[in-house]
Ligand binder design. Structure first.
Ligand SMILES: [Zn+2]
Length: 456
């Protein structure tokens, strides 16, 4: 494909793209609002329509007990890779409505941005994939890879029916790589690929003594206090270097290469901005690592809440029967949540005194995800971004997790590339959501070139 031709073709279509996207935006597909059921179906139909117009084949909605999933494909590239594109057509609620400067479902241009609910998350980005596909046909170019599309309408309410659908349609969705455009770039004109997400292990730790609170005069001093024990346990979960003190906690942590750490250090970052965003007084964390490293490549343990005994007004003289802490651990490759939960439990059993009963209740967990930066799909995405944006992309990770990524990775066994074109300050879940139009147009070009680079 001639990239100059592609670029001028996309530039020549700008107004039509905006008109078409505005029509999709007008549909109030708020998945959290049960009174919008009809809108959800209408939006799934609108997405199907755009897919068919683009030339995508076998487009069909799959009904679920919730909102429909829309599937489509174009399989004409023989042995070349198969790419599965995921996106979502549902949006976040719009309240507080009074804070919107223009109506949330009327796409409005202001400055370099298009304002509307869903403009960035994720209707705008889903739309970019469809237009990248369409460009090949309009330019009489052969589509260089096999493409499959799956768009859901429940992402903002936890993707309830996505996982069972992927499980029961493994063959239909089989792909060499999954591409998701639903994340943000590091900053304006800073092409970014997100290649790693932390996992999570969550638990509840309880320390108990008797079944009822006891009188602190009749029993105090002669019976161990569960709140004291819990506080002691919590204080022993970290060492003074900010490291988690559970034996073998770091055994499976992949040591990050010098090159990768240099890549992280290359990112524009300032403590001042980070502190402004967090409202905290100072940064803190594991000795020997930078803030971004602490967030992305190192695991953590945090007590999310602690409670026990009397916390009401006034005074009450008791020895509490029980004290509880909620604990979350963010995991990095190649830690496994089950193993980490086990290590936590044995450490607690080892340090808890015999005077109390401790229980560890495992709650939810998810594994960390990583697509190596030298994976061919990441390289293709990197080359496409560099071509369009004129600079080498930044490689970042996320400190949190994106459940869909894991679902695809685990069930389909395919690597996931997060090629997002949003920006961190585009208010994706807040009033006045917008998308930076240059990223919108350049994203269409990038995705078309990405498809082609994948076939090379
Ligand atoms: Zn989204």
């Amino acid at each position: 494909m001639d990239y100059t031709k592609l670029s001028s073709y996309v530039d020549s279509r700008k107004q039509e793209y905006l008109n078409e996207l505005s029509r999709m935006i007008r549909i109030e597909s708020i998945s959290a609002d049960l009174s919008k059921k009809v809108e959800m179906v209408r939006c799934a139909e609108a997405v199907s329509g755009l897919m068919r117009e683009a030339g995508i084949e076998n487009v069909k909605p799959f009904e679920t007990e919730g909102n429909p999933l829309v599937y489509g494909e174009y399989i004409h590239a023989g042995d070349n890779p198969t790419v599965l594109v995921y996106g979502h057509y549902d949006v976040q609620p719009v309240d507080p409505l009074s804070e919107w400067e223009t109506p949330p479902f009327e796409a409005t241009m202001r400055g370099d941005d298009l304002y509307a609910r869903g403009s960035s998350d994720d209707k705008g980005q889903l739309f970019m994939h469809l237009k990248a596909f369409e460009a090949f046909g309009k330019l009489n170019e052969k589509i260089p890879v096999n493409l499959k599309y799956i768009f859901e309408g429940e992402e903002e309410i936890g993707s309830i029916h996505l996982e069972p659908f992927i499980r029961s349609h493994k063959d239909l969705l089989k792909a060499d790589v999954v591409v998701i455009s639903d994340t943000a770039m590091y900053g304006r004109d800073m092409p970014t690929i997100c290649y790693g997400l932390r996992g999570m292990a969550y638990l509840e730790l309880s320390v108990s003594n008797s079944t009822i609170d006891l009188h602190s005069g009749s029993f105090g001093g002669a019976i161990e206090n569960p709140v004291h024990v819990l506080a002691d346990i919590v204080s022993r979960l970290h060492d003074r270097y900010g490291r988690v003190a559970i034996p073998h906690f770091y055994d499976d942590v992949v040591e990050v290469s010098k090159e990768e750490r240099e890549e992280i250090a290359r990112l524009p970052y300032s403590d001042g901005e980070f502190l402004r965003q967090s409202g905290a007084l100072a940064t803190y964390g594991e000795y020997g690592f930078s803030t971004n490293e602490r967030l992305w490549i190192r695991p953590t343990l945090d007590v999310n809440g602690i409670y026990g005994g009397f916390t009401g007004e006034g005074a009450k003289t008791i020895i509490p029967s029980k004290a509880t802490a909620k604990v979350s651990m963010r995991l990095v490759p190649n830690q496994k949540s089950e193993k980490i939960l086990g290590l936590f439990e044995s450490f607690i059993n080892q340090i808890a005194p015999p005077t109390v009963k401790v229980t560890v209740k495992k709650m939810h967990s998810g594994e960390p995800a990583l697509t190596p930066i030298d994976h061919p799909a990441v390289k293709a995405a990197s080359a496409a971004l560099e071509h369009v944006f004129g600079r080498k992309p930044y490689f970042i990770r996320e400190g949190g997790s994106i459940p869909e990524v894991l679902t695809f990775q685990q069930i389909l066994g395919a690597p996931v590339v997060l090629l997002g074109f949003g920006l961190p300050d585009e208010n994706s879940h807040a009033p006045n959501e917008h998308i930076y139009l240059r990223h919108f147009y350049d994203g269409i070009k990038t995705l078309a070139i990405f498809y082609e680079k994948l076939s090379m």
